[in-house]
Design a protein around this ligand. Structure first.
Ligand SMILES: Nc1ncnc2c1ncn2[C@@H]1O[C@H](COP(=O)(O)OP(=O)(O)O)[C@@H](O)[C@H]1O
Ligand SMILES: [Mg+2]
Length: 399
């Protein structure tokens, strides 16, 4: 009998007993966590009052649940408990919760796009071959900014970047340089190229307005620095969803590719990207814009990232996430949620009918989740309350 069959046999036996005690409502139809679940990265406490762990963060983790269910407290508590073993990089948008980790951990660095303390030139290849990065960037740019014309625009952009880079080398041009360069091109009115030029200029103008000098800097940010295992890095993304999405994809891509080239001794700890409100990077709307395939690039990159010790913890509500997220994440923590999310996650996590029924009737309390990780059966977990101080101001992180 393998683990899985044994688990179902146990649950069957449990359910028979539960049927006998039918009068007692609210007995959760979940097994107690086996002893092996104490090893790994601790997330909370099981029904047996013993610690419960996530088995393998480099096979990626999904936190799922409604607003106010305890996801952010669960995540920040997880970071604080495991920061000795894992190097964390948190991507934060709008809420700016994670900067407050400064109150709970040493060596927290906060890099902010809105405050312009984070400077990344998108055209800077960061350890990759120049042409390779340029084509990745064009792909991300075209898809992120929803250029319906697809391949033609992307190619036009790519050729423009290559021409410009040759012209100004060894300097790396900024997005603003790129804007000026493309604007100066003489295209025959109403030709295909004319259309591409117009579209790209519109998009670039919007980006430049959002990023300003942040993206005009060829230094400031380096992948090398971001890999430093002594620090916990919080990155506050731009406010606008389009810009936040492009900035985070560029960042993730650069760091993953850079990491793949790092010698083993430079990556002792696993690196874990924590993306709360993950819809800004892995949003459902990307399922509708597939022509350039960059969501596919991202999911391929993420599935190979485990070999380089990189994990993702994504947190959000099911309804807003891209479907591939469920294939990518091998551990799932389901928090309190409405029936629709619960039933859908029940399928993803292989919950039994009785378990889903219990969840939709009795339900989870705030700070509780059902965790499915590794080959273990789904278990009920209580997450200890974590008094997350939220008083770090802009002034403090501007340094
Ligand atoms: N483990 C917990 N134990 C007790 N209360 C909690 C716990 N987690 C969260 N809460 C309460 O619920 C509130 C919302 O939690 P939060 O993590 O911000 O939810 P979410 O991120 O899912 O929207 C918190 O401010 C806190 O008061
Ligand atoms: Mg939250």
């Amino acid at each position: 009998m393998d683990n899985f069959q044994r688990y179902y046999a146990n649950v069957d036996a449990f359910n028979k007993k539960a049927a006998f005690f039918k009068g007692i409502s609210g007995t959760p139809p979940f097994e107690f966590p086996p002893k092996e679940m104490e090893e790994g990265y601790i997330i909370g406490v099981g029904q047996n009052h013993r610690p419960v762990s996530i088995k393998n963060i480099t096979e990626h983790v999904l936190f799922m649940g409604g607003t106010g269910a305890g996801k952010t407290i669960g995540l920040t508590g997880f970071i604080v408990r495991n920061q000795g073993e894992i190097k964390f990089v948190e991507l934060d948008r709008v809420k700016n919760d994670y900067r407050n980790l400064r109150r709970h951990l040493p060596n927290v660095r906060v890099h902010s796009y809105p405050l312009r303390t984070f400077r990344d030139n998108f055209l800077q290849p960061a350890g990759l071959a120049d042409t390779e990065w340029d084509s990745i960037f064009c792909d991300l740019f075209a898809q992120q900014l929803q250029m319906v014309s697809g391949a033609g625009t992307s190619l036009y952009l790519y050729q423009s970047i290559r021409e410009l880079k040759k012209l100004v080398q060894p300097r790396i041009p900024s997005l603003f340089d790129l804007y000026e360069f493309i604007r100066a091109k003489k295209e025959r009115p109403f030709s295909e190229n004319f259309k591409y030029q117009e579209r790209i200029l519109n998009r670039l103008a919007a980006l430049i307005e959002d990023y300003g000098s942040v993206a005009d800097c060829s230094e400031g940010y380096s992948c090398e620095d971001m890999q430093d295992e002594r620090y916990n890095d919080v990155i506050e993304l731009p406010m606008k969803p389009d810009s936040a999405s492009l900035a985070s994809e560029v960042l993730i891509f650069k760091n993953l590719r850079y990491r793949m080239k790092l010698p083993l001794e430079r990556r002792r700890k696993p690196l874990c990207f924590v993306i709360d409100e993950a819809k800004c990077v892995f949003g459902i709307e990307k399922a509708h814009v597939r022509y350039t395939g960059s969501m596919d690039n991202l999911s391929i990159l993420i599935s190979t990232s485990r070999e380089f010790g990189v994990g993702f913890i994504l947190s959000d509500q099911t309804s807003s996430l891209h479907p591939t997220v469920f294939e990518i994440c091998s551990s799932q923590a389901l928090f309190r949620a409405n029936a629709e999310i619960t039933v859908r996650m029940g399928k993803v996590m292989g919950l039994l009918r009785e378990q889903v029924d219990w969840l939709t009737t009795e339900g989870l309390k705030v700070g509780q989740c059902v965790l499915k990780t590794g080959n273990f059966p789904p278990v009920l977990v209580n997450i200890p309350f974590f008094n997350f101080q939220k008083d770090v101001t802009d002034e403090e992180i501007r340094f």
